[in-house]
Design a protein around this ligand. Structure first.
Ligand code: NAD
Length: 307
């Protein structure tokens, strides 16, 4: 059996060493394809792979067609919108993610982004404090829950909305106010931290109406996905409401225009870095390798996302 680790943006050495060790222990071969620059390179590398580990790499129907032996693909990370699930299912390939393994890294980034904007991107002048402010968490999954905990530790008043969590106890046990609609959440949040996945339902769902309903001086923090934002609506909202701010870890398609028009009210990291910590790298990479071994040896499908 051969596990291919295909990462255009490589894992740390510690992570790839760990993955190789897990493969070796299972009696499998492990190959690395790092910093590749064309889909053809990826297609050539998957030709004899039984299992595939990727990060944000796109596993399209085309890539899957080039991998006749492929049995399992694991996205080392939370969002799996880079995998063509239908193509995997059609071939009987199990697709998985590694939920929770990089959540702390993303949550720390989200909190730091709030402070960065509260302090005018660290330029001289009077900023504000996030303590005492209202923090809204949009989607209460692995990352959202940690952001809630850290927000509370910093003295914020935390509310959350997640359409798939209807048990109030989930929020109550964390001391978080449960909100029953996105509209209510945005209207009452000085800081809104986005943690929704990119799905057909969520794509373009955060736009003019929600943004302009936010309180005076509010900041939207996006460590989720760029696709969930309606960028035209965002630009319109920032134009009309000169008090609003937007900070994101996923560079918008219109980043240059937003930067030029809105100056310090907008910031994007140059490249997605939420999960870019040594710890998250190792956690997600090793979890992916263990899940592959678990599936190939014992048929464990706990984290399968194309059931
Ligand atoms: P998760 O799967 O643990 O949680 C996602 C939550 O979203 C779940 O609670 C689910 O109920 C909720 N949800 C699903 N559809 C929704 C909808 N239509 N509206 C509102 N909520 C909805 O995921 P996570 O680990 O918390 O990560 C959240 C997202 O953050 C991921 O989907 C991924 O896109 C993104 N992410 C980004 C980075 C980064 O590097 N910036 C790293 C990890 C994850």
């Amino acid at each position: 059996m051969k596990i291919l680790v295909a990462t255009e943006k490589p894992f740390s050495k510690k992570a790839t060493d760990g993955i190789a060790a897990i493969a070796r222990e299972a009696g499998y071969e492990c190959a690395l394809l790092e910093k590749y620059t064309s889909v053809d390179e990826l297609k050539a590398a998957v030709a004899d792979a039984d299992a595939l580990i990727v990060r944000s790499d796109k596993v399209t129907a085309d890539v899957i067609a080039a991998a006749p032996k492929l049995k399992i693909v694991v996205r080392a990370g939370a969002g799996y919108d880079n995998l063509d699930l239908a193509a995997c299912t059609a071939r009987g390939i199990v697709a998985m993610n590694t939920p929770g393994q990089n959540s702390n890294a993303v949550a720390e980034l989200a909190l730091s982004m709030m402070i960065y904007m509260a302090r005018n991107q660290y330029t001289p002048g009077t900023g504000s404090e996030i303590s005492g402010k209202r923090l809204g968490i949009h989607a209460y999954g692995n990352v959202g829950r940690i952001v809630a905990r850290y927000g509370k530790a910093l003295g914020m008043e935390v509310s959350a909305f997640d359409p798939f969590i209807t048990d109030p106890e989930v929020f109550a046990k964390d001391g978080v106010q449960m909100v029953t609609s996105a509209a209510e959440l945005y209207k009452n949040s000085d800081y809104l931290s986005l943690h929704i996945p990119a799905t057909p339902e969520t794509k373009g769902s955060i736009g003019y109406e929600l943004l302009t309903s936010m309180p005076q001086g509010a900041t939207l923090v996006n460590t989720a996905r760029k696709e969930v934002i309606d960028e035209a609506g965002l630009a319109q909202a920032l134009s009309e409401r000169t008090d609003l701010k937007y900070i994101t870890d996923i560079k918008p398609d219109t980043a240059d225009q937003l930067s030029e028009k809105f100056g310090k009210r907008f910031f994007t990291t140059p490249k997605k870095m939420g999960a870019e910590t040594a710890e998250a790298n190792v956690n997600a990479g090793l979890a992916a390798a263990r899940q592959i071994v678990g599936y190939l040896k014992e048929g464990i499908t706990k984290f399968q996302v194309n059931k």
